[in-house]
Design a protein around this ligand. Structure first.
Ligand code: ADP
Length: 295
């Protein structure tokens, strides 16, 4: 089982000719509601990769929370660990996208920031991100007997206390720069990335995986590293690529693949996820990933 402890958001997406200036009202061409939140997105990616996924998080009372629960359940995700918090709002992201693809996003964290009392897990893989409070994650990471994966997105300065309790840290380049204090040793090239990633290791058996966008991904351990080049695609929308990578990686490790075997598949899944609009809706099926790698 992949146990995902993370955020659950309703995304309300409006398409506009151009984004409003302060004080201005603009009319949208269309609006849609989509499932969102890094936790929920990663749960969908893990489920579509074939994992038994269990979502642990919090929503508010009312329609939005029920709708999100139903969307996740429809993916075959176990939703029994989603708390419904009385008198609270479900996390909501208000996203405006203009004709050029530029966006403005306002997030109301709602029930997500009130998540607490999560029990440690004793099997499979634990996967979290930083849209839920670090104090809620700390005891879970410290006490779980599972492969523990932390995706440090969005970058939260106070999250460093978790790193020692993580088996695999997954971050993108801006997050790596933030956690290692800017340029750091080794400069900006691949050697610099390698050095910075290695500086985050606190235990010999840990790994740091840096996602490199169109350059693929780099996995770093104390004494070795491996770079997997990106699968060449023409992206339509890269929102959720990192979530797809993390959810897929968790599913593959839960299935028994080692990190080096899992990386090319997670990398291919993430590339496929850029070919569709939105985050959760564009997560690929396991079959699509296998087809891409065998073709
Ligand atoms: P984030 O979405 O968190 O910013 P990245 O941009 O590093 O993270 O993307 C995550 C993963 O998605 C990459 O490691 C890669 O596997 C895949 N990916 C992202 N952009 C592309 C692209 N242009 N072409 C192919 N794969 C991509």
């Amino acid at each position: 089982t992949v146990h995902i402890v993370g955020s659950i958001n309703l995304d309300i997406i409006t398409s506009l000719e151009r984004l409003p200036l302060p004080g201005e009202t603009v009319l949208a061409r269309a609006a849609a509601r989509l499932p969102g939140g890094k936790g929920a997105n990663q749960a969908v990616a893990a489920a579509r990769m074939g994992a038994q996924a269990r979502m642990i998080g919090a929503v508010g009372e009312g329609d939005a929370g029920r709708w999100m629960r139903d969307r996740l359940a429809a993916e075959g995700i176990d939703v029994s660990g989603i708390a419904v918090l009385e008198g609270r709002e479900t996390g909501t992201a208000y996203i405006a996208v203009d004709a050029r693809g530029e966006n403005q996003i306002i997030v109301v964290s709602g029930a997500n920031v009130l998540l607490s009392g999560v029990a440690p897990v004793s099997d499979g893989v634990l996967l979290s991100q930083l849209e839920v409070p670090v104090p809620a994650l700390l005891p879970v990471f410290a006490q779980s007997k599972a492969v523990r994966i932390l995706n440090t997105a969005p970058a939260v300065a106070g999250a460093r206390c978790l790193f020692d309790h993580v088996d695999i840290l997954v971050l993108n380049q801006p997050e790596l720069a933030l956690y290692t204090g800017g340029a750091g040793e080794g400069g900006a090239g691949e050697n610099g990335t390698l050095e910075r990633a290695r500086s985050l290791l606190t235990r010999p058996e840990q790994a740091v995986v840096v996602t490199l966008g169109a350059e693929g991904a780099l996995a770093v351990q104390r004494d070795r590293h491996v770079h997997v080049p990106a699968v060449p695609v023409v992206p339509v929308d890269t929102v959720g690529a990192g979530d797809c990578f993390c959810g897929s990686l968790a599913a593959l490790l839960d299935e028994g693949y080692c990190l080096t075997e899992a990386l090319p598949k997670a990398n291919a899944a993430a590339a496929l996820s850029t070919l569709g609009q939105g985050a959760a809706p564009s997560m690929p099926s396991r079959a699509a990933v296998e087809d891409l790698l065998s073709g």
